[in-house]
Design a protein around this ligand. Sequence first.
Ligand SMILES: CC(C)(COP(=O)(O)OP(=O)(O)OC[C@H]1O[C@@H](n2cnc3c(N)ncnc32)[C@H](O)[C@@H]1OP(=O)(O)O)[C@@H](O)C(=O)NCCC(=O)NCCS
Length: 294
Amino acid sequence: VALECRPCPWDAAWRPRVHALFEAVWPGFPARLAIAERLGADWHAVSRPFVAVLDGLLVAHVGVLEIPLVLTGVPTTVAGIHAVGTHPEHRGRGACRALLAHALAYAEGRAATQQLTTEVPRVFVGAGFRSVPETCFEVGPRRLPPAPVPLRRLSADAPADVGLLSGLLATRTPVSHWLGVGEPGWLFVIDEVLACSGFARLYHAADLGAVVVLEVRDGALRLYDVVAPELPPLAEIAARVPEPFERIELLFSPDRFDVPVTAVREAYPGDHLMVRGPYPPEAGRFALPLLARC
Ligand SMILES: CC(C)(COP(=O)(O)OP(=O)(O)OC[C@H]1O[C@@H](n2cnc3c(N)ncnc32)[C@H](O)[C@@H]1OP(=O)(O)O)[C@@H](O)C(=O)NCCC(=O)NCCS
């Protein structure tokens, strides 16, 4: 029986079939998509699905997104390749390879650059993707100013917090000009909800007018993103973090923050950024922000 690779609509006939495949590949995934949709980030409005059908059965999926980024100062839309999955019972027979080729032909027509992140880079080498290293930057020890108002964690269950976040996302400037994100927030929310089932790493700095994406782990304050119309100084953000930490790590290009940094390590060990086509930031050190990954 021949494998048929095709785009599919998100209509009442196809959506449950694609979701059933998602559930077989990533258990719990459709439930998280439903949460993101409730929070205003509808996967089905932004992801173009391609499927491989074998003897009437849906055996593989590849999605294509269009993600507005800023690459070395130039607003650029890249095609994001995401949710690449083959049903566990149909792996190792070329379904992913064939479907990827089909989806990439479409993606190339939408954007000169295609990008993805993956734990299994080997899968994508044959399709022409190359790995691009990403760097974590450390900020040296510094005195923090006294901060009257600590950060407050946002709640996905509080409509006011959801509204506050979407307002800031709509008016943010990219956290970096070397590799920044210009998408209005759907990918940001989808990524946070897929990882955490809600908001877990999003904090409001009310007096700075910013939402900060962070974790304090292993003695480090890890800053993943800053969402604001104007970026506040790094020391002002760090001063508002209630948990103790010994050092600050930036997981994005630090070009818009006026602080001395050292490139210390790989930004996302095990999660490889891969690209196809022109990718100007490659000429320097950078990291693709956590909530712009797909
Ligand atoms: C990764 C996955 C999509 C591969 O699907 P598949 O239909 O079995 O893959 P194919 O048989 O079409 O093989 C495609 C290529 O990937 C390689 N490959 C497949 N599975 C691999 C694995 N687990 N590790 C390394 N390489 C792998 C094949 O050798 C082949 O390489 P080639 O094109 O250079 O010959 C499937 O295993 C899967 O759904 N895994 C769980 C979800 C996942 O990890 N998705 C990818 C991350 S974004």
